[in-house]
Design a protein around this ligand. Structure first.
Ligand SMILES: [Zn+2]
Length: 141
């Protein structure tokens, strides 16, 4: 099955995330003052007044917190041939307390607590990230 080519809208707040994905790097927002992770991206921090956001590279390695199997093709241009898609929420090893929504690669049976690793790939001419089972990413820098 093929995943529809649906690019989410990019805003000033999410552009640094997609800039990282484009070069094969998972970058997440972190408060410059207290270093707390902050997800979803916002223009400022929710922790410390006057602090800024530091987009910090992390390894795309973690465990499945929960998942759902999408069996209806709801994305624009999708058909029944494009489903099922396994949507997962990942707790990342390098960003404690942050849970990232992602997609599990086709053919992998999801399980809560399963170790996963993100892989960047070309999706109809744009970079995207999906997770596979197991751990294999290089250590963080
Ligand atoms: Zn803070």
């Amino acid at each position: 099955m093929a995943v529809p080519s649906f690019a989410p809208p990019v805003s000033d707040h999410t552009q640094p995330f997609w800039d990282g994905v484009a070069v094969g790097e998972l970058r997440l927002p972190r408060c410059s003052a207290c270093h707390a992770w902050q997800w979803y991206p916002l223009s400022g921090t929710t922790h410390c007044a006057g602090a800024t956001i530091d987009w910090t590279p992390v390894r795309p390695v973690g465990t499945i917190f929960t998942f759902t199997v999408v069996r209806r093709p709801f994305l624009p241009g999708a058909s029944k041939a494009d489903v099922p898609i396994v949507s997962i929420i990942v707790e990342l090893d390098d960003a404690p307390g942050l849970r990232l929504v992602g997609r599990l690669a086709d053919g992998i049976e999801p399980r809560i607590g399963m170790p996963v690793t993100g892989e960047f790939y070309d999706h109809d001419g744009r970079a995207d990230l999906q997770f596979t089972s197991g751990v294999g990413a290089p250590p963080s820098q």
